[in-house]
Every structure is written in C-alpha cells, then in structure tokens.
Design a binder for this molecule. Structure first.
Ligand SMILES: NC(=O)c1ccc[n+]([C@@H]2O[C@H](COP(=O)([O-])OP(=O)(O)OC[C@H]3O[C@@H](n4cnc5c(N)ncnc54)[C@H](OP(=O)(O)O)[C@@H]3O)[C@@H](O)[C@H]2O)c1
Length: 340
C-alpha cells in the first residue's frame, strides 16, 4: 500500500513535532515542511533531512541567505495527500482556500475555531467522525487533555456535570515574548472557551471551565470536579483511567509532586524532544466522595496533540478504520506505552 504523503505547514512548537512523528510512521512519508523565515529553525529542519517549502514572497530571502528550498508552498501541495496546518491560531483560515483549491486534505489545530472545519478530532472520543473528511481540526492541548480522561469516565459512569479549573502555562519553553513572568492572571471572560471546545466533540457533556495563567512554561494543570450519575469508588475510577488511552497515572508518593518531576520523567524516558504525550493524572489525587469525583491532571501542551494528529491523518485518509489499531501503531512509533 502506498504511503500517505504528508506536508507540514508551519514549523513551530507543534509543526516540528508533527513532522518528526510523521517521519516515524511506516505508513506515512514526510514530503516537507514550510518556513517563512530562513532562521535557525530552517537550518535545523534541513539538517534533519527535511525539504523546505516557502511562501512565494519568502523565496528571495531564502535565496539571499543561501538556505536551500525545494519549492514554494504551492509546489508542496502538488506532492502531498494531506497538509497538517500548524500555523499560528487564526492563520489557518487564509490557507483553507488554498488547500481546497489544490484539492488536498487538511488538518487544522486548536487555535482555529471548530466552524472552520465543522469536524473536530480526538482519537479516544470520535476517531470515526473524520473518516474520509477533506478537513478536520485536532482540538487544543487542554481540550485533548479533558477528552482523554472525561470521555472514558463518562462512558463508564455518565458525567452529569463537570467543573474544571485550568492552570495554564504562560508560554512555551522556546518563547521569550509571552508572560506573565510574575503573577497569576485569571481569564475573566467566563466560562472560558475550553468547555464549548470539549462540547464540539462531546456535545452532551455539561461542562464549565475557568482558567488562570501561571508563571511556568512546563505544563498546564487541571483540577476536575465531576458529578457522576452512577455511584462508584475511587478504585473503580483509577481502574478506568489505568486503561484509558494515552493517560498515565503517577503517584505523588513516588516523588512526582509537581510538573517539574513529570518533565524530568519525560526526559528519563528518552523520547523525541523529551515529550510527555500522555495526560498525567495523580493517582493519589483521585477521590470519589458520594457521587462526586475529584482529580488533578497535567498536560504537556507542546506534545499531547501530536499522536492525535497522526491518528487523524489515518482516519481522514481512510487507511485504518479501527481507532485502537491506529493508536497502537502511532504509540509504538512514538514510544508511548502503559509500562514505564
Ligand atoms: N504551543 C502549544 O501549546 C499548542 C498546543 C496545542 C495546539 N496549539 C495550536 O497549534 C497551532 C500552532 O501553534 P504553535 O504553538 O506551534 O505556534 P508557533 O510555535 O508560533 O509556530 C507556528 C509557526 O508558523 C510559522 N508561520 C507563521 N506565519 C505563517 C504563515 N503565514 N505561513 C506559514 N507558516 C507561518 C512560524 O514560523 P516561521 O514564520 O519562522 O516560518 C511559526 O514558528 C495553533 O493553532 C495553536 O493554537 C498550540
């Protein structure tokens, strides 16, 4: 079977990771990545052996800088089956028309609105809804985190209502522009967009969210309170999350007390870019009281959506009908496993 030919448009935090994840799959071929500026990231992509494609208006700058390009972005469209759009939020709209004109499929990221594609994707919750689609959208890092845990919990116990507070990282580690670097900044427009974004995939879920930006770059942390329709026990919830795809349980008593130790564990695991693709739940922080479930989870914002993009490619390109089979393939290539 021919490999799926993939182009990555936008080579930043998410695009770099999608590119290496595509290159690691045996049923996909990374045709190339795009850059608008001939900076160090362009040179690093070339050093990895990736072909660079640039917008028409950037060709001169790359030629002047002596940075080799394989063509324009429009040349890339001719060589691919699908583009993974990893450009900054709200830039995708401009590209949508180009993808449609070129007749290529496209995946957008969580910085775009659901209305851009009409379909949003999460491998655990709705893999088959993107089957054969021309356009889809992998939801944001926080939404992915909430779906990974709330979807299996809802399936087993039925969530009547969920309240979530998101403590958001202020900036990604490679970003020296955003803040705050001191202080905590509540999102005062309530409820935040995260709840409706979860509902773009689980429309029946009654969920409300609040968020606070914190002076950290490593991860987001969620506090989740869920009213369940079924009475259960803490142990039963632990059992469900133990089996949930791309969810990792850790224990505070093993020394994982903060996001700093989670990212140290990610470095110990030796994965590409030291990424923690799984949503990390503190097992000793899960508690059921009556019908109310409480838990904390941490989200590695730079990487949790990466395996989702790979599964979304398989669903849209109709190469694997079974979500679990696609996840198993993706996870094996990225080194994600339920054992340490
Ligand atoms: N970072 C996260 O935590 C995170 C998590 C989940 C989802 N997302 C979503 O993923 C998307 C990408 O976010 P990101 O964090 O990866 O952004 P990013 O780090 O800023 O990377 C985006 C890259 O796109 C390139 N770019 C800018 N304008 C472009 C254009 N017109 N055409 C082509 N490339 C262009 C820029 O590189 P050059 O201009 O140098 O080429 C930039 O490095 C957004 O929708 C975001 O909301 C982000």
């Amino acid at each position: 079977m021919a490999k799926i030919r993939v182009g990555v448009n936008g080579y930043g935090t998410i695009g770099k990771r999608v590119a290496s994840a595509v290159a690691a799959q045996d049923d996909m071929e990374l045709v190339g990545v795009t850059k608008t500026r001939p900076n160090f990231e362009a040179l690093a992509a070339l050093a990895k052996g990736y072909d660079l494609y640039v917008p028409e208006e950037s060709v001169e700058a790359f030629n002047e800088a002596g940075v080799k390009i394989a063509g324009t972005i429009k040349d890339m469209y001719k060589k691919v089956d699908i583009v993974v759009d990893c450009t900054p939020g709200n830039v995708g709209e401009m590209y949508k028309a180009q993808y449609q004109e070129a007749g290529v499929k496209a995946i957008f990221q969580g910085g775009e609105d659901h209305s851009l594609t009409g379909i949003s994707f999460n491998s655990t919750a709705n893999y088959s809804e993107s089957w054969g689609a021309q356009l889809s959208r992998v939801v944001s890092c926080n939404t992915t985190g909430l779906l990974r845990t709330l979807n299996p919990i809802d399936k087993k116990f039925k969530v009547e209502q969920a309240f979530v507070t998101i403590v958001r990282r202020a900036a990604d580690p490679g970003d020296s522009k955003n803040g705050p670097i001191n202080g905590l900044e509540p999102s005062v427009k309530l409820p935040t967009h995260h709840g409706p974004d979860v509902q773009s995939i689980m429309p029946w879920l009654n969920i409300n969210t609040m968020a606070i930006k914190a002076s950290t770059t490593l991860m987001h942390v969620h506090t989740v309170v869920a009213q369940l329709a079924t009475e259960t026990t803490t142990q039963e919830v632990i059992d469900v999350l133990k089996e949930a795809p791309r969810v990792r349980l850790v224990k505070s008593k093993d020394g994982i007390k903060t996001t700093a130790q989670i990212m140290e564990l990610a470095r110990d695991l030796g994965r590409d870019r030291s990424d923690m693709y799984e949503i990390v739940v503190w097992e000793d922080g899960i508690k059921v009281v009556g019908n109310t479930l409480y838990y904390y989870q941490a989200v590695h914002q730079e990487s949790d959506v990466i395996p989702e993009n790979i599964d979304c490619i398989r669903s849209m390109c109709k190469v694997e009908q079974d979500a679990a089979a696609s996840r198993a393939k993706t996870d094996a290539a990225l080194g994600i496993s339920k054992t340490l």
